[in-house]
Design a protein around this ligand. Sequence first.
Ligand code: 13P
Length: 343
Amino acid sequence: MDLDKLASTAEALVAEGKGILAADESDSTIKKRFDKVGIESTEKNRQAYREMLFTTEGAEEFISGVILFDETIRQSTSDGTPFPKALEERGIIAGIKVDKGAKALANAPGETVTEGLDGLRERLDEYREIGARFAKWRATIIIEPEGDLPSEYAIWANAHALARYAALCQEAGLVPIVEPEVLMDGSHTIADSFGATSRTLHALYTELRDQRIQLEGTLLKPNMVLSGYDGPEQASHDEVAESTLRCFRRHVPAAVPGIVFLSGGQTDEDATANLNAINARGDQPWRLSFSYGRALQASALQVWAADTDEVAAGQRAFYHRAKLNSAARSGLYAPDMETAGVA
Ligand code: 13P
């Protein structure tokens, strides 16, 4: 394993002012997103939509890497340039989602374990060959205080699988993004989120150590610690920042170069404002950035879907959202920037 190379890729992904675009929706997820805006999920439309995002002029000022799906990493721009190459040409690093989704965990009603380890070594070799330099594996952990969830069993089963994935990635020369997503849906309190996220991160970093992962060559992609979306009381951006940082300082080793949050169903504005509040608290042991799917794409998808021939309009919306999240990386975002400068 070339740890220096892995570490420099990880650092480049969290370079100052930059974050990751998660565009790795599986076929069923992108269909859900397209259905909402009245676009049919055909291979042609998926290619056109992703090309619109990836060829946005200037996005590389704010976007360090893009996570692709198996279909997408094999597609090309309309002039025939493979997507990974088109991204590389503008200094954006291509990554790949390699898990096969969260499946029901035996003996644990309501909980899941993420599958995809079988044959992973060979798949990673192929993805590296076609241009990927980092990978992503997402585990989902559900909070349900009435049912005593999450269980230790589900937390540890997922942590074990994340570490096995991470070890194979490093062996293949790919930076593993480990994503233990404690779901933010539900009516739980911010204290419940703090407890479940603490237990999840404790298990994850125990497994990563036990399975000999070199943390300098990894990134963490977590949820923020916040109130469940349906909870009666919603914590403020400042409270979210304080709880999130306290939780991470207790559990995430300083050797990890960066933490790249998922947006997980927050509104675009909340995802940006919470990241901003987190970064406004000054330097931390790790860089604190974004790896957003919905919160970077929602407005661009809506604008593009309204007239798919007007590629530039969707690109303007994407560029604007990326720029605001870039500002949030240094605590310099303000809500009045939402409307400034958007055509
Ligand atoms: P969201 O930001 O939409 O949660 O997507 C990020 C992601 O990659 C989830 O796995």
